[in-house]
Design a binder for this molecule. Structure first.
Ligand SMILES: *Cc1c(COP(=O)(O)O)cnc(C)c1O
Length: 396
């Protein structure tokens, strides 16, 4: 495909997912790129070695396999460059280390993924960065929190577990007026349903562990930068040595080929189940941004082109002493849903959410919060399973 870039430029998202990344013509026509296992790369002579004048120089700096994945992600994100790292968590910590220094102030959304908060409160704080959490509803009002030394504003929308939306464009504009870098953890939407860089974000972060890998068997993160921030991000990756493994990169590239179709199904089933759950008296609230009843729905509708398969429900819990027992009864009655962390795989998962880390944006108080990942199973079976859970919770 000589004019591959030209074909992909105007193509639909599933066409791009099918062809982005590697060019089969580069590898004798084989459809998929080879998995290159590499530390050492040989040079033809001493001069080339001294000048490093060849495309690949050492395994930590990229291989044809990792390049294929990075190129595919760039294509989807509209980014100038992408690094791959060993986990979604590293996709947060590496850019934070790239852009923050001792004496800086960082603004972190309070509905953030818990391990991000842990990194901020421990290592980042120890390294001399002042961390401050802000309300996901801040919008343009974030400007009031920006200090002369604010260097980074981290966003995540929808928020982890409770799915608060954020006005990303307004936050990015305010941050940029003061020279701060804007990062976004975009794992929930994937670049298919939201492209952060188009909305003013500088650095887009993904746990590729989730929908890109899609099968609950790979850990990987991607970090994509706009042109202004690419060099510094790439330099940090080289400095830290946090490179991604070739077999995992290959599997994530393989996962991308079907991600569009999988997401369509996740979206459809999750919306069906979420809407259905709103009809139960013992469900106090359904936290799903694509439901018109959700407080952040208008922002979701303005900015996002789709919804993925994870949301939460708040049970009507009666007295707080029974919240935990109700949550456990619900979870223990499930047969199709697995009890486990992470999401984005093909199967249904449920977890009792712990929101005790929140400082500004407190969690719901009506009852226990249960997060549901709606997998690719048949909706009637998923609903029957949830009914088992609700019945068990009711009996507590
Ligand atoms: C899962 C997740 C991560 C971390 O991904 P891992 O690969 O599990 O480390 C980061 N951010 C968000 C929003 C996530 O849901």
């Amino acid at each position: 495909m000589k004019d591959r870039d030209e074909i992909l430029a105007g193509a639909g998202v599933n066409t791009r997912l099918a062809h982005a990344g590697n060019d089969p013509a580069d590898f004798h026509g084989f459809v998929n790129p080879p998995v290159v296992h590499a530390s050492t790369v040989l040079f033809p002579d001493a001069a080339t070695m001294e000048n490093r004048q060849q495309k690949y120089t050492y395994g930590t700096r990229g291989t044809p396999t990792t390049d294929a994945l990075c190129a595919a992600i760039d294509e989807l994100e509209g980014s100038a460059g992408t690094i791959i790292v060993p986990s979604g968590l590293a996709a947060v910590t590496v850019p934070f280390l790239a852009f923050l220094s001792a004496g800086d102030h960082a603004l972190i959304v309070d509905s953030v993924y818990h391990p991000t908060r842990h990194f901020c409160d421990t290592m980042l704080t120890r390294l001399g960065v002042t961390v401050e959490y802000y309300d996901p509803a801040a919008g343009a009002g974030i400007e009031a929190l920006i200090r002369p030394n604010t260097r980074l504003v981290h966003t995540e929308a929808p928020g982890s577990n409770t799915f608060e939306m954020q006005d990303i464009a307004a936050i990015a504009a305010a941050a940029h007026r003061h020279g701060a870098v804007v990062t976004m953890d975009n794992t929930w939407a994937t670049p298919l349903y939201f492209r952060p860089l188009d909305h003013g974000v500088d650095i887009s972060i993904h746990a590729a562990t989730k929908y890109p890998a899609g099968h609950s068997d790979i850990l990987m993160g991607t970090v994509s930068a706009n042109a202004e921030h690419w060099e510094r991000l790439h330099e940090a990756q080289i400095t830290l040595g946090t490179c991604g493994a070739p077999d995992d990169a290959y599997q994530v590239l393989r996962g991308l080929r079907t991600m569009g179709l999988r997401l369509e199904r996740h979206q459809e089933s999750a919306l069906d189940v979420a809407g259905w759950l709103e009809g139960f008296e013992d469900v106090a609230r359904v936290l799903h941004p694509a439901l018109p009843s959700f407080p952040g729905h208008d922002l979701w509708k303005r900015d996002f082109t789709g919804a993925s398969g994870i949301f939460s429900i708040v049970l009507d819990g009666g007295s707080p002493e029974r919240f935990r027992a109700k949550a456990h009864a619900f979870l223990d009655a499930l047969r199709i849903f697995g009890l486990g962390y992470s999401w984005g795989g093909f199967e249904c998962l449920a977890v009792h959410v712990n929101l005790s880390d929140r400082r500004i944006c407190k969690g719901p108080t009506e009852g226990p919060v249960l997060r549901l990942q709606i997998g690719l199973e048949d909706v009637k079976d998923i609903k029957a399973d949830i009914e088992r859970g609700l019945k068990a919770a009711r009996e507590v």
